[in-house]
Design a protein. Structure first.
Length: 22
């Protein structure tokens, strides 16, 4: 399993990509 920190980092990365589009 992935560590919670790594999981949060992945989610934040996806959010950053989503916001960069807008």
């Amino acid at each position: 399993m992935r560590s919670p920190v790594e999981l949060c980092a992945q989610i934040l990365g996806r959010l950053a990509l989503s916001y960069s589009v807008f």
